[in-house]
Design a binder for this molecule. Structure first.
Ligand SMILES: Nc1ncnc2c1ncn2[C@@H]1O[C@H](COP(=O)(O)OP(=O)(O)OP(=O)(O)O)[C@@H](O)[C@H]1O
Length: 481
């Protein structure tokens, strides 16, 4: 009975075993198909790092036959130099998944070793997948090269633009200034009013010239007036003109104003913040309807004038203070262009120095160079008078320096001293020097500096709060200019 039962169980077991065997064979075939069809290379090693199999993708990637490595230990392959690193060995040692970048026969591979654990957590196999990333790497490099080329191309374009601008004597190296010039070139093409903002001497006038040169009005006049330099009593007649007998002292025939003279072209109103209130109203009216009536006249003339305006003042604040009309501000501020101070674009300093040293040198047939230390000191200085100040310094250096080489000692004291201002009071007066001599010395230094910063007597007078005749007299007294 027992035997019969045993016999029947054995028969069942055999049947089950046969079924499981078939299932196992199916599984093995499935696994073989997966391994062989994988486009990633696969290496399977046992717990001693002996290679059990590799797939066709690995044969292809490594340019080998499976028979050359199957049965060999990874340690020997490493020793023989067949591989430079082994993800299998590292995965076996650490029991963890590891990824490595490997170089094999000129190709770049990413190898990932994954340990296979038994029920007790012991490593029994390690599967290494390897992916050839040479192509991806090449593509990446190509992409980087393309990007580098694009950057090169961009900076070449910028250089071309700069060469173009340099030929017009506009030096721009720093991105801030290049941007301001780009804006100026862009607005050249249209007829909009432009408000050019920036400290005194930064090149606002130059921007206005650039806009004119590149506009469709280039062959028509660019008339520039400095609103701060015309006496308040004359500004309206100068701007809008007058009819005969309009006021005492007026020409009997009458006179066209600057607006009429600029017909077809551009009127550049420098120092617009200085425009008196009455003239502000009239200018606003012209901007709104394009017509002017001369002083003392009744006939309105329609004109085609593009207005550019500039100021170093804070118009926003002036509007708040009630000294500049809000409606005119809106009309003028259609397109604002900010010209940065020179200290905000130090990249421009040395190109400007070179430009002006060469320019003034060529004028007087003198060729001068700067020592490194002199260049460094010029680069470090803050230039409160901006490009105008730098330009005047260069002219003086070219004319006054005895040798061909301009050194730190030839620079103005405040620049040579590293931009530090001389000490006040105590530094100026020395024993045995009279008060008058000391005051004269200070006055001369102030005049030299103001001339350097402002370039002409009108601007100097404005900055120093005296009238122009005082400046003229004092310059003569000190033998300056
Ligand atoms: N980028 C530049 N390259 C070469 N020269 C420049 C540059 N910018 C300004 N200059 C020169 O500096 C001087 C002062 O420039 P400009 O008169 O245009 O300044 P501004 O801002 O209009 O001054 P202000 O407000 O006092 O009228 C001019 O002689 C001008 O040619």
């Amino acid at each position: 009975m027992t035997e019969a039962v045993t016999g029947s169980v054995t028969a069942l077991d055999l049947e089950e075993m046969a079924r499981q065997m078939l299932a196992f064979q199916d599984l093995t075939r499935e696994l073989d198909a997966i391994i062989d069809s994988s486009s990633d290379g696969l290496w399977i090693c046992d717990a001693d790092a002996v290679v059990i199999r590799i797939n066709p993708a690995s044969e292809r990637i490594n340019n080998i036959q499976a028979s050359e490595v199957v049965g060999k230990n990874m340690r020997d392959l490493l020793d023989q130099g067949f591989i430079d690193r082994s993800a299998a060995l590292e995965a076996l040692t650490t029991g963890k998944v590891v990824s490595q970048l490997q170089n094999r026969q000129g190709r770049k591979l990413i190898s990932t070793g994954t340990p296979v654990l038994d029920g007790n957590g012991r490593v029994i196999r390690v599967v290494v997948s390897e992916r050839d990333v040479t192509e991806i790497d090449n593509l990446q490099r190509e992409l980087e090269e393309q990007e580098a080329l694009r950057d090169q191309f961009r900076s070449h374009m910028l250089e071309m633009q700069q060469a173009d601008l340099a030929s017009r004597s506009v030096i721009a190296r720093s991105p801030l200034m290049v941007n301001a010039l780009k804006q100026a070139l862009k607005v050249s093409a249209v007829n909009s009013t432009v408000l050019i903002l920036g400290e005194s001497g930064v090149g606002k006038g130059l921007i206005a010239e650039l806009i004119h040169k590149n506009s469709s009005r280039a062959d028509k006049p660019l008339i520039e007036i400095n609103c701060g330099a015309i006496p308040e009593s004359l500004i309206e007649s100068e701007l809008f003109g007058y009819e005969k007998g309009a006021f005492t002292g007026a020409q009997t025939s009458g006179k066209p104003g600057y607006l009429e003279l600029a017909d077809g072209g551009i009127l550049f109103l420098d120092e617009i913040a200085e425009l008196p209130q009455a003239a502000q109203v009239k200018l606003l009216r012209f901007l709104e309807n394009g017509r002017v009536v001369r002083l003392g006249g009744t006939k309105a003339r329609t004109l085609d004038v593009r207005i550019l305006a500039a100021t170093h003042r804070n118009l926003d604040q002036m509007v708040k203070d009630g000294t500049f009309r809000l409606d005119l501000y809106y009309r003028l501020n259609v397109i604002p262009i900010h010209v940065p101070a020179l200290r905000e674009r130090r990249d421009c300093i040395l190109p400007l120095v070179r430009h002006y040293v060469d320019l003034f040198g060529a004028r007087d047939s003198i060729r001068k160079r700067l020592t490194r230390a002199a260049s460094d000191a010029l680069l470090a200085y803050d230039y409160p008078g901006n490009v105008r100040q730098l330009m005047n310094i260069c002219e003086r250096l070219v004319v006054m320096t005895e040798t061909d080489l301009i050194d730190v000692k030839d620079l103005p004291a405040e620049i040579a001293a590293g931009g530090h201002q001389p000490t006040r009071g105590g530094g100026v007066w020395h024993d045995e020097v009279t008060l008058q001599e000391t005051l004269d010395k200070v006055e001369k230094a102030v005049l030299v500096k103001a001339l350097e910063m402002h370039g002409n007597q009108v601007r100097m007078a404005e900055a120093l709060g005296v009238n122009q005749s005082t400046i003229a007299r004092k310059l003569k007294k000190h033998g300056i200019a």
